[in-house]
Design a protein around this ligand. Structure first.
Ligand SMILES: [Ca+2]
Ligand SMILES: [Ca+2]
Ligand SMILES: [Ca+2]
Length: 280
């Protein structure tokens, strides 16, 4: 039994640790499909394309060094942060985050975060803050840190505010060793394949007595109007809605409506939805 357990544990370890030498080029970036913790175990060199990061806002000469390229697409809107933890705790990692287009990512990438801080060479000023763990976090307000470790440098940059469907690239360099790193995630946004939304209106309970819950599934964000009409076509309830992509729940008091059949309409420039509601 012990052997079976050890074999199983070894298999799990094999699954979660990824050899990075295949991911040293933008065109072969490792696609991350969830906010799981990934360990990129080893990286050597800069791949077949040796200078893909090029000059960015935080360094005139940001060359690839033991580089690893990762990519992901945001699944939902919101804040997204990550922390890179070098497997050698005191390694000096640098990174650049690019926003890009999914259909030609390497040609269209634009740097939006750039981290180059690290050791102060030939200086007695402490560089403790600028080696080891690095990444993006909610409390940071800067979008780049230059080489060395000066002023308010703390190895962390401002969080991303992502939109569903946006694609990102992350290039990570290791200036100290060819050992890898672990990436952990934070923020409420999800990453992974796009979730398909369709327009839909459901309501419960139906028949309703006092209250009815409308659930609207929207494929795009839209300003909309919810109206309830009686069987003669008179509007008896009218409400303005700001629909977001996805499911939203709207509570409606129907206790003042006379018993009978009604039509519930959700009207927007994009889509109209309609259902019959019975009030008892
Ligand atoms: Ca490369
Ligand atoms: Ca660094
Ligand atoms: Ca900072």
């Amino acid at each position: 039994m012990r052997n079976v357990t050890l074999t199983f544990l070894a298999f799990i370890l094999f699954l979660s640790i990824i050899n990075a030498q295949n991911y040293a080029d933008c065109g072969r970036a490792l696609e991350l499909t969830s906010k799981a913790t990934y360990t990129i175990a080893y990286s050597s060199g800069s791949g077949q394309e040796a200078n893909e990061i090029k000059s960015t806002v935080c360094s005139e000469d940001f060359k690839e060094q033991e580089s690893t390229w990762l990519t992901w697409t945001a699944q939902t809107d919101g804040e997204l942060t990550f922390e890179l933890r070098p497997l050698n705790a005191d390694d000096d990692l640098d990174f650049v985050v690019f926003k890009t287009e999914a259909d030609h990512p390497c040609a269209s990438k634009a740097a939006i975060r750039c981290m180059a801080s690290g050791e102060n060479l030939y200086s007695t000023i402490s560089s403790e803050e600028c080696i080891g763990r690095t990444g993006l976090r909610s409390s940071a307000t800067d979008q780049s840190e230059k080489r060395g470790c000066y002023g308010l440098d703390d190895n962390f940059l401002e969080a991303l505010q992502v939109k569903a469907g946006d694609t990102y690239l992350l290039a990570v360099n290791n200036h100290s060793s060819s050992d890898g790193f672990t990436i952990d995630w934070g923020g409420e946004a999800l990453i992974g394949p796009a979730v398909a939304h369709e327009w839909q209106l459901t309501m419960a309970p139906n028949p309703a007595v006092d209250r009815c819950t409308f659930v609207i599934e929207a494929a795009t964000a839209a300003e909309a109007q919810l109206e309830i009409r009686d069987i003669t076509g008179n509007v008896v309830v009218q409400r303005n809605l700001s629909l977001e992509v996805g499911e939203q729940v709207i509570e409606q008091d129907v206790s003042v409506l006379p018993v009978g059949a009604y039509i519930v309409n959700v009207i927007s420039e994009v889509q109209n939805l309609s259902q019959q509601l019975i009030v008892q």
